[in-house]
Design a protein around this ligand. Structure first.
Ligand code: AQP
Length: 346
């Protein structure tokens, strides 16, 4: 899959892009792996575009009314987590048609074999690949277009998206190589922090996910204080207390997950958390974690509820975001078409 990669990103203005699917309730994994870090990038002054990827969501069936509600709720989640729609560009993917237009070009650049090797495709299509949608198979080409239609140089994501980001780099490199240009940047994934992979509260070997059948496996951003405390109290652990050093968490995925969550929520290192709680039983650590999670999430969910009371305002924010986004995407698509050899309108 490796192509010559001569493009350096020095020629490109630093720009951040990332997206989240409006396909269900936001959870703590989305917050710590993505949303919280988006606000950090924005506040460092890097131009940032954040996207509700509704075209990705419909690669599996979505009830139309739920999709609309989830898209607006996700927009509220972005804003409540600190994304300022004036500083960043906040968009709904389907309102910026250049994403889908560039995706078609990338469908013709990417190879079937690349797509077939994607872990997410294998997990989601499972043994029933014949009945999966073509969109689910082509998902990573659309994701590459989402990123590259902005010439984005950096993409903050959780660990689970690493393979798709590698494919984005391969698509950019193959396009540049095939057409003899240095047009698309080779985007850097930004996967950092204590919680790049938040695990299920019921099974430390599975990532926390909105499609998990068990609601007890995840903390939803809209859970109230009682639900958060109950889920953390019932979270799977082992009989030992917390170790004083990180190596004591080896082979203890559930304990490690809870400590990682604490560290990420409190902006502390895992070492600092263990320095405080090492030697303590879970009967002490879990209530402390529940209090911290409630303190961090309650203001966000209250702000989401406030914003959701005025859906027309959310729609206006997305309309304005799309207009600003298209100032970037339309020229990049036009140049791409020109490189590929399409005749421009007279
Ligand atoms: N468990 C997680 N830990 C850390 N980061 C996570 N992300 C998702 N789950 C975790 C990050 O959240 C961003 C948006 O993800 P998404 O909702 O668009 O898609 P996803 O990764 O497929 O999320 P889910 O919950 O796992 O959805 P389903 O169940 O539909 O597959 C990404 O940056 C992702 O890394």
């Amino acid at each position: 899959m490796t192509e010559t990669r001569e493009t350096t990103n020095a020629a490109f203005t630093p720009r951040v892009f990332s997206g989240i699917q409006p396909s269900g309730d936001l959870h703590l994994g989305n917050y710590l792996g993505a949303l919280k870090r988006f606000a950090d990038a924005q506040n460092r002054g890097i131009q940032s575009i954040y996207c509700m990827v509704d075209l990705h969501a419909i690669t599996v069936w979505q009830d139309p009314a739920d999709l609309k509600r989830s898209t607006r709720e996700l927009c509220a989640g972005f804003i409540a987590s600190g994304i300022d729609p004036e500083k960043s560009i906040l968009i709904n993917q389907s309102q910026v048609p250049e994403h889908a237009q560039l995706a078609w070009i990338f469908n013709c650049v990417a190879r079937m074999g690349w797509m077939g090797r994607m872990t997410q495709w294998k997990d989601k299509a499972g043994k029933n690949a014949e009945n999966a949608s073509l969109g689910l198979f082509a998902y990573p080409a659309l994701m590459a277009a989402d990123i590259l239609v902005y010439h984005a140089t950096h993409v903050p994501v959780g660990e689970d998206q690493k393979q798709h980001l590698e494919l984005t780099r391969d698509i950019a490199a193959k396009f540049n190589h095939d057409y003899g240009v240095e047009f698309f940047p080779i985007t850097e994934p930004v996967i950092e922090g204590a919680a790049t992979r938040v695990m299920s509260l019921r099974d430390g070997s599975k990532k926390m996910s909105k499609s998990d059948a068990s609601d007890a496996s995840r903390i939803n951003m809209t859970d109230d204080a009682d639900a958060i405390a109950r889920k953390i109290r019932k979270a799977k652990t082992d009989p030992e207390g917390l170790p004083s050093e990180v190596k004591g968490l080896e082979d203890r995925p559930e304990a490690r997950n809870l400590v990682n969550i604490y560290a990420a929520l409190d902006d502390r290192s895992v070492e600092a958390v263990l320095a405080e709680y090492g030697g303590q039983p879970f009967s002490v650590f879990k209530p402390a974690l529940a209090d911290l999670a409630v303190a961090r999430l309650a203001p966000i969910s209250a702000e989401m509820a406030r914003l959701m009371a005025d859906p027309a305002q959310i729609d206006r924010i997305l309309t304005e975001g799309a207009a600003r986004a298209r100032e970037i995407t339309a020229p990049i698509l036009r140049q791409t078409y020109d490189i590929v050899g399409m005749v421009a309108p007279a």
